[in-house]
Design a protein around this ligand. Sequence first.
Ligand code: ZN
Length: 319
Amino acid sequence: MHHWLIPVWQPLLQGVRERRLGHALLIKGMAGLGKRELAGKLATALLCQHTNNAPCGMCHACELTAAGSHSDLHVVGREGRSIGIDAIRELGRIMSESARLGHGKVAIIERAELMTEAAANALLKTLEEPAGQATLILVSSQPERLLPTLTSRCQQWLVPLPDTHSALSWLNEQGVTATPAALSVNQGSPLQTLEYLQAGADDKRLTLLGELVSLGEAPAGLPQVQARLLEQPVHLVWVQLLLQDALQTALAVNAPLKLDDCREQSVRLARLGPIALHELGSELLELRRRLQPGQGRPMNAGLQLGQWLRRLQQALTHS
Ligand SMILES: [Zn+2]
């Protein structure tokens, strides 16, 4: 188990062993922390036949959960873009049946924020009925998108972000060379950072930001920068962090930079001055909001990004 999960896992486990966990739980926290793994482990402990020593790892129930074939464990929401009412109705039906192995039933709803409104209301109804020996575990990285009437019925467990130092040492143990900047662009999530580093995205970030800041001297590079950003709008967050660092540099704020490996680029951008940087930053934030996945891409997104880049390029040329 990832070390940052242990402070949440231990009280959960104690709750299982002392039989005082609620019937509905919400495991929440940022994406990329291993909440799903935690929920799976909790389900194993709940279904284990040796409650006082759960999860024993040796009983029939533990063997079945390990093999992914325990008939009293039902998982919803692993795939697809939303969780519809049919899936929740089926879950309600399964939960109301008696346990095959006689040790309670467990349902996990992963990415619970993807429930449609109808699905969430159906789930609410399921929760209102006496649950018997069934436990429902909701997992969400965006709990604010869940119905408040739903979350208020759940015992809530927050998985906190590990501190930078321990996240970096865990990453180095995984055989990647992680920097605080790589962790920053992944909002501090170690699992996301690992995936990012393994995909070679850190080099892409350094190249892209380098090209972006050179636009003043090499305006011909603009279409290429634009194409890369349009292809992966999520990378606009790199640009946003660099602008924030540049603003901090322009204002001579004495605080560590988010992208400390792009110090040179921050200093170059800082020459634009705090007002221009602030404006570029707000425009970029708006652009990012419009380009977010799931928002439906506006027809003129490419045009707007192009205009923004040209403004940046002109500002760079004249500073
Ligand atoms: Zn067991």
